[in-house]
Design a binder for this molecule. Structure first.
Ligand SMILES: C[S@@+](CC[C@H](N)C(=O)[O-])C[C@H]1O[C@@H](n2cnc3c(N)ncnc32)[C@H](O)[C@@H]1O
Length: 287
């Protein structure tokens, strides 16, 4: 059963008052706004009457100021790229990997920290669905209303969201969590609490922007008896340009956002590492 405001279909059959619309002009510029009868949206190409869009199905071409615009119902990725930010957000390219490698499933109990601008929170809320719960920790009280505004503009009803103004380094209230996703600068400081809060076999996923932070986190995870299967990767997305006469990668791409590290909560007591063969002991890597 869908929650109120949480559609099970990909979008409205026709645009109605209160729906968000994404307009694309001929150069691919994007304009996202909420439809209100009698209102007008202004672009530098001209004004578009909301009434021109209301009643039409998503995917329609609409005319304003002598120019054509494509009117679409925004996807989560479209929406997240446009939200007002109080912090850096996790971008759609990384969110996909967070959801799959963090194995966020319908009905899961998931803790995230910090809430920031609410981009990750929204992706988690959609993935756990109405039968799951997202516990969102944020240490900066002033960020929470902005994040909630961003979340509720896309998902008006969120009874499956529990917000805590709290420092995840100081402790985690919940027990029996299926997943923990940390987007805080020093996640290693939360490991003792996360180890107690996760179910056996539960997954911890950390998102970090610099490899120095990742190195420190991996060291801490290795040293902790409750974490194993520690893996780190990054996601590179290279868009391509196609025209009748060329097919090549676009000239510019997002070169770096951050690293994802995952670990499983296991029974304390790691086995001793296997004996290192002599040839590997000569490696140039510091041991
Ligand atoms: C990069 S932002 C998170 C962005 C968020 N994941 C998103 O996609 O919108 C990091 C957030 O973590 C919060 N934070 C930092 N340390 C924290 C802690 N110890 N406990 C809870 N939140 C913390 C910061 O205030 C900030 O809002």
């Amino acid at each position: 059963m869908a929650l109120e405001g949480e559609s099970t279909s990909p979008g409205p059959s026709v645009f109605r008052p209160g729906d968000r619309v994404l307009l694309l002009d001929r150069k691919g510029r994007r304009y996202l706004f909420t439809l209100r009868p009698g209102h007008t949206f202004h672009t530098h190409l001209g004004a578009i009457a909301h009434d021109n869009i209301l009643g039409r199905p998503p995917g329609s071409w609409v005319v304003g100021g002598g120019h054509s615009f494509l009117a679409l119902n925004p996807t989560l990725a479209d929406y997240l790229l446009e939200i007002p930010r109080v912090t850096q957000i996790i971008y759609p390219k990384d969110l996909g990997a967070v959801l799959v490698y963090g194995d966020i499933f319908p009905g899961a109990r998931v803790l995230e920290a910090g809430m920031g601008s609410g981009a990750l929170t929204l992706a988690l809320l959609r993935a756990v669905g109405p039968t799951g719960t997202v516990y969102s920790y944020e240490v900066r009280r002033e960020f929470i209303p902005r994040a909630l505004q961003n979340i509720h503009a896309f998902l008006p009803e969120t009874p499956h969201l529990v917000v805590r103004e709290a420092d995840v380094y100081q402790g985690v209230e919940e027990r029996g969590l299926d997943r923990v996703v940390l987007d805080v600068p020093e996640p290693w400081r939360a490991l003792p609490h996360v180890a107690q809060a996760l179910v056996p076999g539960g997954i911890l996923l950390c998102w970090l922007p610099t490899v120095l932070q990742v190195h420190r986190l991996v060291q801490a995870l290795e040293a902790h008896p409750a974490f194993t299967l520690i893996e780190t990767f990054e996601v590179l997305q290279r868009p391509w340009h196609f025209s009748p006469v060329s097919a090549r990668p676009v000239h510019r791409m997002v070169a770096h956002t951050g690293f994802i590290t995952t670990a499983r909560r296991c029974t304390p007591g790691k086995p001793l590492p296997p004996e290192t063969p002599p040839e590997e002991q000569e490696s140039h890597e510091p041991q």
